[in-house]
Design a protein around this ligand. Structure first.
Ligand code: TRH
Length: 381
């Protein structure tokens, strides 16, 4: 019998929930599907707890879903070669403790050291994926990129995901019960249901104005704290979880932040999803529903290059999604008339949903990131 592979994943929360969201998802999958003993080092347990309520924020070390979670503080100097895992991953080029690196160099069999990078559809990614970088102390680090082609590491995807999604989406009572928890009524179940997760710059107030005049009723589900100004203006009070309001065709429900597995269900139960960053963006692609991506903003509009790379890869055939996405991200060349773009986009939703299924099949053919990562680690071990 092979000894169990151990893996240490280091995560620094830069902001929001994507860093820990991705690492937590990867850690669970490595443990559950591949039997890897994972230690997840995280510097911010409070952010972690928002997407994983069972986490205790005052524990140095704890087991959650069979993953060992360690609060990453200033433990430098405290590592021995025996503490080092077989595979060491730094997420998004976070600097792992120098004491840990030293211990890595003292291990008889050197660990495989990977830097797990951010997701981008830009073509240069294929050329950098799996490149090696010599490090001091005779160590080597490899760059591992998620991505949208078979010359990248692919996307995070659990083996049972499609089956679970389809079972849920074929069960209207389960969907109604799930959304009912957030105040969605049986009548609202027949409306156009939209989940909304975006950065504060998104033109939500403009869209709410258009949605109020929509022919078909719209139910918008927005997690607490998201688009706070526009939501507060709409509901007429502080937009705390549980609050809702209706003006003409539009009803807005403010949701609590839900645990990560429930966020998937939210995406599966809605007809259109607005997502952002990296992890919710990927989950929306697996939901089989139309989605609009709000990309994480970077200086000098660098993110527009990334946005266009993705849109070119996926949506060239659906003009209204392209126009909507560029407008939503303030990347359109001309000023945006939401009252003109929205009806076209709404009419195209069935077509866009069909295309999203084709896209999903294409992405599944690339394999999943966790399996691809372990396979690569085996080749350089
Ligand atoms: O929160 P994000 O904007 O995160 C990130 C970070 O800002 C990061 O620094 C940046 O590099 C990256 O974006 C591009 O968006 P993201 O990536 O979608 O992460 C959100 C996570 O929160 C995701 O795992 C889903 C989860 N989530 C829940 O679990 N429950 C919820 O109710 C919601 C709304 C989200």
């Amino acid at each position: 019998m092979h000894p169990q592979t151990s893996l240490a994943l280091f995560c620094k929360v830069v902001d929001n929930y994507g860093d820990i969201g991705i690492c937590w998802r990867l850690a669970r999958q490595l443990e559950q599907e591949h039997g890897v003993a994972v230690t997840l080092w995280v510097d911010d347990l409070r952010s972690f707890r928002r997407i994983c309520p069972e986490l205790a924020i005052d524990h140095e070390m704890q087991q959650v879903n069979a993953v060992t979670v360690r609060h990453w503080r200033d433990q430098d100097g405290a590592f021995a070669a025996d503490d080092v895992a077989d595979i060491v991953i730094e997420f998004f080029a976070c600097d792992i403790p120098p004491g840990y690196i030293k211990a890595m160099s003292q291990r008889t069999q050197r660990p495989v050291w990977l830097n797990l990078e951010g997701l981008s559809a830009e073509t240069w990614v294929e050329g950098c994926h799996t490149l090696s970088s010599p490090q001091p102390l005779s160590l080597t680090k490899y760059f591992f990129f998620p991505g949208f082609t078979n010359r990248t590491g692919g996307l995070l995807h659990e083996s049972s995901l499609q089956q679970e999604r389809q079972a849920f989406q074929q069960d209207p009572a389960a969907m109604a019960a799930f959304l009912g928890r957030f105040g969605v009524t049986p009548a609202e179940m027949t409306s156009l249901k939209i989940s909304l997760f975006c950065y504060p710059q998104a033109p939500v107030a403009e869209l709410f104005a258009v949605w109020q005049r929509n022919a078909k009723p719209i139910t918008c589900l927005v997690p607490e704290g998201v688009a706070a100004d526009a939501v507060q203006a709409f509901v007429g009070q502080a937009a705390a979880a549980g609050i809702s309001a209706t003006h003409r065709a539009l009803t807005v429900h403010v949701l609590p932040f839900v645990p990560q597995p429930d966020y998937d269900k939210l995406l599966w139960a809605c007809d259109l999803n607005f997502v952002r960053g990296e992890d919710s963006f990927v989950r929306a692609q697996w939901a089989g529903k139309p989605f609009v991506w709000h990309i994480y903003p970077q200086d000098e509009n660098l993110h527009h290059v990334k946005l266009n790379a993705f849109l070119q890869a996926t949506t060239a055939k659906t003009g209204s999604l392209l126009a909507f996405s560029l407008g939503w991200n303030a990347a359109a060349k001309e000023s945006v008339d939401w009252s003109a773009i929205w009806p076209q986009f709404e009419a195209d939703l069935p077509k866009i949903a069909e295309l999203s299924t084709d896209w999903q099949q294409k992405m599944l053919a690339n394999g999943d990131l966790a399996s691809n990562l372990l396979r690569f680690a085996e080749t350089v071990r």
